[in-house]
Ligand binder design. Structure first.
Ligand SMILES: NC(=O)c1ccc[n+]([C@@H]2O[C@H](COP(=O)([O-])OP(=O)(O)OC[C@H]3O[C@@H](n4cnc5c(N)ncnc54)[C@H](O)[C@@H]3O)[C@@H](O)[C@H]2O)c1
Length: 273
């Protein structure tokens, strides 16, 4: 018998990049909903979660989403521990702000180069493909499952100083659309989530803020003012990680059973497309 509105009790869920930020909040919310969660991350340190008698089980699997063999082993382990994979949240991602051309200094550290390109595309695009492929092998076999891809509003809008990141997220949006056509007929739903400006996560380091401010020719203080400006975000505040986590859990549930092939933005009105 289902005891909650979302009915996620006992579901087997993989969340990548779940040692920090959005992924950690998502994993915590699934645990709160009674789902069993495989927390997968590159970070070797096991993160702490709040667990009570109604929570699902948590296992921590040290995983590099860019390593095909590693991803294969992770999915196998999850099936051994929890019996199957019902949901995968492709959340692991990185962002390295850079300009296409820095007219202040040629080849400066803030100019896009092949190393930055490969790093960002490897985690944000190849990682999503590898994890989705392994998880959907299990889902297709049983004719059920949900893939949730963490995108970004920059993937819809483009972003000054973040072109490679925005391109990687647009590629993820395209995965969501294409896989919905391939996997929908096999009973697997695919959806995307595109957050706007959120409360700070591990991604927002000082080095990140300095780089982004440089690419926009503004100070870090000015950049920070933008986090709660109503001219940027009509709701005039940063989003809470829990607000993203709530959306992800809803999308994973049967309550969202007809939502498929789209990327839903959770951006306080910053992006309206
Ligand atoms: N924070 C935001 O405002 C925001 C907005 C839009 C989208 N996003 C997206 O949300 C996702 C999570 O970002 P966050 O802000 O929580 O960042 P975060 O840095 O707090 O968390 C990202 C996690 O991914 C892990 N990771 C990185 N590379 C990995 C790899 N190769 N294999 C496995 N794990 C890896 C990191 O160790 C980290 O724990 C990313 O995809 C990001 O692009 C974030």
């Amino acid at each position: 018998m289902q005891i909650s509105w979302l009915g996620l009790e006992g579901k087997s869920v993989i969340v990548t990049g779940a040692a920090s930020g959005i992924g950690k909040a998502v994993a915590q919310e699934f645990l709160n909903c009674g789902a069993n969660v495989a927390v997968c991350d590159l970070n070797p340190q096991t993160p702490e979660f709040e667990i009570n008698e109604n929570s699902g089980k948590m296992i921590y699997l040290h995983t590099n989403v860019c390593d095909a063999q590693n991803v294969k082993e992770t999915v196998k382990r999850v099936c051994e521990e929890f019996g199957t994979v019902d949901v995968i949240v492709n959340n692991a991602g990185i962002n390295i702000p850079s300009l296409l051309v820095d007219d202040k200094e040629e080849h400066s550290k803030y100019e896009l180069n092949e190393n930055i390109y490969e790093k960002v595309m490897d985690v944000n695009v190849k990682g999503v493909y590898l994890c989705s492929q392994e998880a959907s092998r299990v889902m297709v076999k049983k004719g059920a499952g949900v893939i949730i891809n963490m995108s970004s509003e920059s993937g819809l809008e483009g972003s000054q100083g973040q072109s490679i990141y925005a391109a990687s997220k647009n590629a993820v949006n395209s995965f969501t659309r294409s896989w919905s056509k391939e996997l929908g007929p096999k009973g697997v739903r695919v959806v995307g989530v595109a957050p706007g400006i959120l409360e700070a996560t591990g991604l927002r380091t000082l080095a990140y803020e300095e780089a982004l401010a440089y690419t926009r020719n503004i100070t870090v203080e000015k950049l920070r003012e933008g986090y709660k400006s109503t001219s940027t975000t009509p709701l005039g505040r940063s989003g809470k990680l829990s607000e993203v986590a709530n959306l992800v859990c809803f999308l994973a549930s049967e309550r969202a059973g007809y939502i498929h092939g789209v990327t839903i933005n959770v951006a306080g009105g910053k992006t309206r497309g």
